[in-house]
Each structure stands twice: as C-alpha cells, then as structure tokens.
Design a protein around this ligand. Structure first.
Ligand code: PXG
Length: 438
C-alpha cells in the first residue's frame, strides 16, 4: 500500500476546506471506467462522473489514443488568425449534434469562460442590431454559472458571491424553482411551478425590455443541488423572451452530452435556446475545454460589418486547442458508438426506482431525479447546516462510493456507462449510510 508523503502546503485547492483536507487527504492515483483507485489501493465507484464530466467513463481508450496521436502531430496551434483542421471539424460536428439553428461554435477552455463568452456575445448581438441599451442580464436564484465576474453576477449562490462584491450592476434574478412543499419526491419534472417563469414579466415591467439583453438559466440546476425544471417552466421563459427580443441562454455545462438522455437538455426537454454554453462532457473531462453554441440569428447579425474587420474582439490563447479538439472529436465518436445518450435514457426508469427507494430513511426530505441525475435532500441539522450530508459523503467514500454534496443535498450523476448492478451498489451503500446517519 502506497503512503502519501507529498508536502501539501503549496497547492491551494479549489472549493475545498484546505486545512481540514490536508490533515486527512483523500488521494486518487488512477481511474478507469466506473472506478477510481485511491493511494491506499481502495476501489471507489464514481457516483458523479468526476465533477459531472466523465460521461463515457474514465480513461476511455479511444479518447486517450486520439489525444496521444494529436500530441505528436501538433500540440499547439495559435488560435487567432490561423486555423487547424480539428477545430473546424469539431465545430461542424457540434453544429450537427445540437438541435435547431445552433450552428456556430466559439471555443473556450472552461464552463466559466463559456458563460462570460455567451454574456458578451448577447450584448454584442444587440449592439450590432442597433439596440445598444439592451445590456442587462437576468439570472436566477441558486443558479451556478462558474466563477468569473459575469458568471458570479448572474449566478445566485450567496457563498460564491459574498467575498467578491461589487459584481456587475446590470443584473437581476428570477426566483429559483425549488418548492418542496408542493413537489417533494417528484419523479422527473415536477408538476407545479411553471408560474415561477411569470416573474420575468415583473422584471420586464421593472427594467423595461429595451434594457434586457438575455436571460441565463441552467435548464436543470446542478451545482446548487439538482433543481429540476417544473413542467412548462422553460417553455414559458422561451415564449416571454421571444415576445420581448430577449435572448435565452441555456447553461448546459452539466446537462449536455447525455446527462438527460439526449444530446442536451434543449433536445431532451424540447425548448430551444439562442445560446448554449458547454464544457465538461465536451471532451469527457480529458482535456479542459468549453464552447458556446450560437444560433444563426446571432451569428449572422454579427457578420454584417466590413469583411476584413474582426467581428468579435474576444478569444483565448487556447481557444480550439488541438488536444482538446482531438479529445472532443473522439468523445463524440464514443458517445455515438456506445449510444450513451440513449443508454442514459433507457436506464432512467431503473435509476428512478433505485434512488426513490432511499426516500424511506429518517432525515430524507426529498428524492428527485431526471435522466441519469438524482438528488437526496436531507433535513439540515439545527445549527449545523451541511454537516449531515458531509458525514454521508465521508461514510460513502469509506465504503467505496464517491458522491457530491452541496449543503444538505447528496447529488448523483454517474458516468453513462454505469450498469444496473452498479446502480444497485450505489443504492446499497447509500442505504447503509442513511440508516446510520444521526
Ligand atoms: N456552468 C454550470 C452550469 C456549471 O455547472 C460551470 C458553468 C463552470 O464550469 P467550469 O468548467 O469553469 O468549472 C459549471 C461547473 C458540482 C460542480 O459538484 C459543478 C461544477 C463544477 C464543479 C463542481 O456540482 N459546475
């Protein structure tokens, strides 16, 4: 059994209680398929696809080979004023994959950058159309749109925002859709709550549609603890945006690439956005990459100036990075060859029954699911919110299962290659954990 002797002081870990972690580090040394291996040699079933990204499982050999081959061919190509084949090919493939007229792709390196890019494109689009006053963004309470200033501003998670104010002033928020009193233990999309979208009318009345550039929402909010859109809610947002020339941005960093049983939430739930942000499953997490899908309407409006002028003063050194494109193209092949999006769809009823069986335990106040996503919400301990779920996380890990927790919510989003036996294992471990949870 290997022992961890590495000094830990220099590495400031993201979204981690560094001092507590470093007293008792959990160190992974390898990952393949559905499992990690720890430094102590323990096998851990991955109940959350890394951080919602390893949809085809870990160390997929086809993806690994594509990256290795590209590494020896060309490991970097300048992103501005020069191109390479894979970036064009990958963009075409993405345009084919996603619904409607999301036919144009801007490459970034993360979900956070995708969000900033989408917000900037929304403003630039309205400016190109002569509507320079359309500057405001409408986000949503409990929304997560990454960690950069634009994304924090439209995001709605207080802990992520409070140390960094002031944020963008031209922002307002819709209410979140989570309503346990009415929708606890819903299977799939909750029946009630579409009317929460009507609050957009109030914000339009308050600010004026002529000042609002875009509404940005996660079709299913992941990070905040799996908030599933009520039936009819996204459709309503779409209609109100259409009627007021407001762009609708779906942040699909978590929901795209099969998580809801289709290429993206827009396809699964049949609501078409104007812009869609991507990352994570775009390369199966193998190389950092993000992207924004852009509709014809927006793209064409921006292509109207003189032909030799830059249409969008925006981009990153590593936009369309060759290794990321190689990983992304191979990921699309694997998703198609292994039919992973429909696999997620086919497994969803089994998954639903399995995780709803956990609803019987003390302290469980909700179980919810959609596609291959699930959440178990626990009643917070008085005076110690989050502790109950954190204890569940630690106990599950000791028993060989990795879950994510946020507040007192246990979130589950396994790789789409999961078997029914492995779903049973998740439920078995969580049963034991929830039984002993005080
Ligand atoms: N938008 C959404 C909807 C996300 O979920 C981002 C943007 C930012 O992506 P980057 O690549 O900049 O991290 C995210 C990221 C979790 C968890 O366990 C979720 C995310 C990241 C880390 C953990 O819920 N989502």
């Amino acid at each position: 059994m290997a022992v961890f002797t590495q000094a830990t002081d220099a590495y400031w870990m993201p979204f981690t209680p560094n001092r507590a972690f470093k007293k008792n580090p959990r160190i992974l040394t390898a990952a393949r398929g559905m499992y990690y291996e720890t430094i102590g040699g323990q096998k851990i079933l991955d109940g959350c696809a890394g951080l919602w990204c390893v949809n085809a499982g870990h160390a997929n050999q086809k993806i690994n080979h594509a990256i290795k081959a590209q590494l020896d061919r060309m490991s970097y190509s300048p992103a501005f004023q020069l191109g390479h084949n894979l970036a064009f090919e990958f963009a075409e493939r993405l345009a084919d994959l996603f619904p409607g007229d999301l036919n144009h792709v801007f490459f970034t390196n993360s979900g956070s950058e995708s969000v900033e890019t989408a917000l900037k494109i929304a403003r630039a689009y309205h400016q190109a159309n002569g509507n320079a006053q359309k500057l405001k963004f409408i986000g949503r309470e409990r929304g997560y749109h990454g960690v950069n200033i634009g994304g924090l501003s439209v995001g709605g998670i207080m802990a992520n925002r409070q140390a960094f104010g002031p944020l963008l002033p031209e922002v307002d928020h819709l209410p979140h859709t989570h309503d346990l009193a009415k929708n606890a233990f819903s299977k799939g999309q909750p029946e009630t709550g579409a009317d929460k979208a009507d609050r957009l009318f109030d914000l339009i009345a308050l600010h004026g549609a002529h000042t609002i550039a875009a509404v940005i929402v996660e079709p299913m909010a992941g990070s905040t603890g799996v908030l599933i859109p009520p039936k009819g809610y996204l459709e309503k947002l779409r209609k109100i945006c259409n009627d007021h020339d407001i762009l609708l941005i779906f942040d699909e960093v978590i929901t795209a690439f099969g998580r809801l049983g289709d290429s993206c939430a827009a396809a699964a739930l049949q609501v078409q956005p104007d812009l869609m942000t991507l990352a994570k499953g775009l390369t199966n997490g193998a190389v950092p990459m993000g992207a924004v899908m852009i509709s014809d309407k927006i793209h064409d409006a921006m292509m109207s100036g003189p032909e030799n002028s830059v249409e969008l003063f925006h981009g990153y050194t590593c936009s369309g990075h060759p290794l990321a494109c190689a990983a992304g193209l191979a990921s699309l092949d694997v998703y198609a060859e292994e039919a992973l999006f429909s696999r997620a769809n086919d497994l969803a009823p089994y998954w639903q029954n399995a995780i709803h069986s956990l609803g019987c335990h003390d302290h469980v106040i909700d179980v919810r699911n959609i596609g291959l996503v699930g959440a178990i919400e626990l009643e917070p301990r008085v005076g110690a919110p989050g502790m109950r779920a954190y204890e569940a996380y630690l106990k599950a890990f000791e028993s060989g299962l990795l879950v994510r927790t946020t507040g007192d919510i246990i979130a589950l989003s396994p790789p789409l290659i999961i078997s029914t036996e492995q779903i049973d294992f998740i439920v078995h471990i969580l049963n034991d954990v929830l039984k002993t949870l005080k």
